[in-house]
Design a protein around this ligand. Sequence first.
Ligand SMILES: Cc1cc2nc3c(=O)[nH]c(=O)nc-3n(C[C@H](O)[C@H](O)[C@H](O)COP(=O)(O)OP(=O)(O)OC[C@H]3O[C@@H](n4cnc5c(N)ncnc54)[C@H](O)[C@@H]3O)c2cc1C
Length: 302
Amino acid sequence: MTKLRDIYARDGLTFSIEFFPPKSEQGMESLFREVQELKKLDPAFVSVTYGAGGSTEGTTLKVVKRLRFAEKLEVMCHLTIVNQPVNQVKGVLGDLWGCEIENIIALAGDPPEGATAPWKAHPDGYQNSRELIDVARRGQSGWYDFFSIAIAGFPEVHPRAESRESDLKYTKEKVDAGADVIITQLFFDNDDFYRYSDDLKEMGVTVPIVPGVLPIRSAAQVRRFAKMCGARIPERLESLLSEVEDDDEAAVQLGIDYATEQCEGLLDYGVPGLHFYSLNKARSVAAIHENLNLGALTKAPA
Ligand SMILES: Cc1cc2nc3c(=O)[nH]c(=O)nc-3n(C[C@H](O)[C@H](O)[C@H](O)COP(=O)(O)OP(=O)(O)OC[C@H]3O[C@@H](n4cnc5c(N)ncnc54)[C@H](O)[C@@H]3O)c2cc1C
């Protein structure tokens, strides 16, 4: 298993893919059929989310372990603190440590209604993701310096942040506390990412800042996601979406074209990696990978 910080230190672009834990056995089998397709693209790592409200601990770990041990993929486990007491979170860290899964993304996690809803710490839990970074980095003698840690970044400012400045400052503090990479929330206007990345670099952040890219699959779905995470849909995209309102096949093609264009700009800017929100489907990610000839840009395996 390779630590995130070593994966990003290799020459070339880091191509990674995110999944969510399916709710049913059928969903699980479908996910692993899609994984077979995506494996052909040779991702540097894959990741598995934690359900909103910390609801999917068991399934997330099951999928992470299957991807790691049955599929032999490098994996990053999402870990949140919302709605969970300290002991439960430490239990998950201990489980990951026990099976030598060393890459995590440390998150506060969303309440079930999304990032824009009020967030309340569990009475016996951590207050924010900074405390999770501390415990993952140093909390237990056995796993001292074992985990390589990613954190979430918000090019359009986190919906609960006091201000843009405080959000950037807080992100820098999390990097100083030991985060190895920043992976961003989805966004549809690259200028938001460029400004975010430039500002963090100016503040002295030197870890990779990696854009999270969502290939749209349906007009209704992308509007729901954007609302839940506080992302803005630019006018041009809004008008393109209105043309595919009731046509999911056309929406998938729009998603491929739009994300390809976004990635072209991001590659020109010089991003260290591209992290794709796959929504457990291979088709769009595979098409974008081909459009951009990513195979020629990504890193050779260690
Ligand atoms: C790549 C990525 C993956 C994600 N995966 C998941 C997932 O698997 N499951 C899930 O539920 N959610 C996930 N999310 C969403 C994320 O958990 C939510 O957006 C959550 O609301 C914020 O998480 P955080 O870790 O940034 O929170 P925190 O680091 O706690 O911060 C949230 C915001 O509050 C403010 N803040 C908090 N504490 C302080 C402080 N001490 N000082 C100053 N400001 C502070 C900051 O402005 C900050 O941006 C993901 C997001 C991204 C970008």
